[in-house]
Design a binder for this molecule. Structure first.
Ligand code: ZN
Length: 491
């Protein structure tokens, strides 16, 4: 590692998608309900209330540990982490401290230098989520804050990585891969607001480490890290030093800010939780069978459907997307696999991102309909894109979709008759370039005239080209390519 090299390690908190909380029967489905309606004596920490461990959450945590190649520790333990803060009603958090559920492990990502890169993990432990503070106005200057304990007691896993990432981009890839893995395991729902929060440790080789706390979105992590790198580098350039400190990421402004309340070295006075017995999982963990995970599915997409590595990576990088693809091609895999692979990876995803919509908004069977029209050469690529855009716009505005056939009629898209199918094949399959070469060879006189400065000759050649491609190619593009070709040959 060279001086100044970026070093990033992440601590990722994920809410496990169980029905009830970690130590009581309160429902975890709180997001659309009024504050403090999903609470009971246990998650409010009232005197005498006893926690009962939710078996499902441990099962979920072990699935994650196995999928991330960790060693599950046969006997782990819960501890009390004591601190006073308004979001913590009991004044302690039940968490795992010196005896976590799992240690070691790794996650493979596509590294900055190409190829697979292993990001090592330190540990995974289980803990309860604290409540949530809602600040009125600015967190520092607002008059008051509100507290909502609906979130208190939701099961969390904390996944701690080694400082193996070398750029914000690698950190983003790590999080994306982690999210995909958790979703494939059916233990996590990334669509739920606040279901993933990240603390990032970042340093430049040779300088102090800075911790950026509580980044609550995937995009936020990359942005916060980019900001920190710039900030730290400019400090060093000015001959100043980077302080070892905790900073907060202010999402709206895209900056990190030193935690003003001098974050003293906490003494959490950890001690074993007296109301919970040690957790024995030795025989339990062996019985856990994992589903197909992102890497395996990516390889299957390559062998079964002939997807390129990049497309297979894109499609399997999100569970919903991978499922969508398989439903789309199901009616005719032999003919639709490659077509749909390209259309989804190169066109649909971009169009959805542009409209800020997720793949779940699109009906795969409807998309199959469009692919079948393309496969049967009933429409051109350009028409398909236009038709797709029209219906995605409808979808975005919550309007009913139009049938593909109706769209063809309504917008005057010519259906392809057998007579022009040949020229269409020509236009789509053969590069325009071939047609240009043919015209140049067939019309030596016009080419000479053009080279002797007769402007009219160029238009004649374009006319010949249009005829050859039966108007299927874009005239502006023909113009550009023909000019290019004539001028290169001359030189
Ligand atoms: Zn409760």
């Amino acid at each position: 590692m060279t001086e100044g090299q970026v070093i990033v390690g992440l601590e990722v908190h994920c809410q496990l998608d169980t029905k009830s909380k970690l130590f009581c029967g309160c429902s975890t489905d709180y997001r659309s309900d009024s504050p403090n309606t999903h609470v009971c004596p246990v998650c409010l920490g009232l005197p005498g209330a006893m926690p009962v461990l939710n078996k499902r959450s441990i099962e979920y945590a072990m699935r994650v540990a196995k999928a991330l190649n960790c060693s599950v520790i046969p006997e782990s333990e819960f501890s009390r982490k004591n601190y006073f803060y308004p979001d913590l009603d009991k004044a302690y958090q039940i968490t795992q401290y010196d005896k976590p559920l799992a240690e070691g492990g790794y996650l493979e990502i596509e590294g900055d230098e190409g190829g697979e890169k292993r990001i090592r993990l330190t540990r995974i432990h289980v803990e309860e989520d604290p409540g949530r503070l809602v600040h009125r106005g600015n967190a520092e200057r607002g008059k008051y804050s509100l507290v909502d304990y609906n979130r208190a007691g939701i099961p969390l896993i904390e996944i701690v990585s080694e400082p193996d990432m070398r750029s914000p981009k690698e950190a983003r890839k790590f999080l994306n891969k982690l999210r995909a893995t958790l979703e494939y395991l059916s233990v996590f729902d990334s669509e739920k607001e606040g279901s993933l929060r990240v603390d990032a440790n970042i340093s430049l080789k040779g300088s102090e480490r800075v911790e950026v706390k509580n980044i609550s979105s995937y995009k936020g992590v990359e942005k916060a890290l980019l900001f920190e790198i710039t900030r730290q580098k400019s400090l060093l350039r000015r001959g100043q030093k980077v302080d070892r400190e905790t900073r907060h990421y202010l999402e709206a402004r895209g900056v990190t800010q030193s935690s003003r309340s001098k974050e003293q070295e906490h003494d959490y006075r950890y001690f074993p939780e007296p109301d919970l017995r040690p957790l024995h999982v030795r025989s339990w963990v062996d019985g856990i069978v994992l589903p197909e995970l992102p890497d395996a599915r990516r390889e299957r997409f390559i062998t079964q459907y002939g997807c390129s590595l990049n497309h297979a990576r894109t499609l399997t990088g999100e569970l919903r997307l991978a499922n969508f693809y398989e439903v789309v091609v199901a009616p005719d895999p032999a003919n639709l696999a490659t077509l749909a692979d390209t259309w989804i990876s190169d066109t649909l995803i971009g169009e959805l991102n542009y409209r800020d919509m997720g793949i779940e908004r699109v009906d795969p069977m409807d998309f199959t309909g469009l692919m079948l029209l393309l496969k049967d050469k009933k429409i051109f690529d350009k028409q398909a894109i236009e038709m797709l855009r029209i219906n995605l716009d409808h979808l975005m505005k919550g309007e009913p979709l139009e049938k593909w056939e109706d769209l063809i009629e309504k917008h005057g898209f010519k259906k392809i008759t057998p007579a022009i199918t040949m020229s269409l094949e020509y236009a789509i399959k053969n590069p325009i370039h071939d047609a240009i070469i043919e015209v140049i060879n067939e019309q030596p006189n016009a080419v000479d005239d053009y080279r002797n400065g007769k402007k009219g000759a160029f238009n004649f050649l374009i006319g010949q080209l249009m005829k050859k491609t039966r108007g299927c190619a874009d005239p502006a593009e023909l113009n550009r390519l023909l000019t290019e070709e004539l001028n290169t040959k001359e030189a």
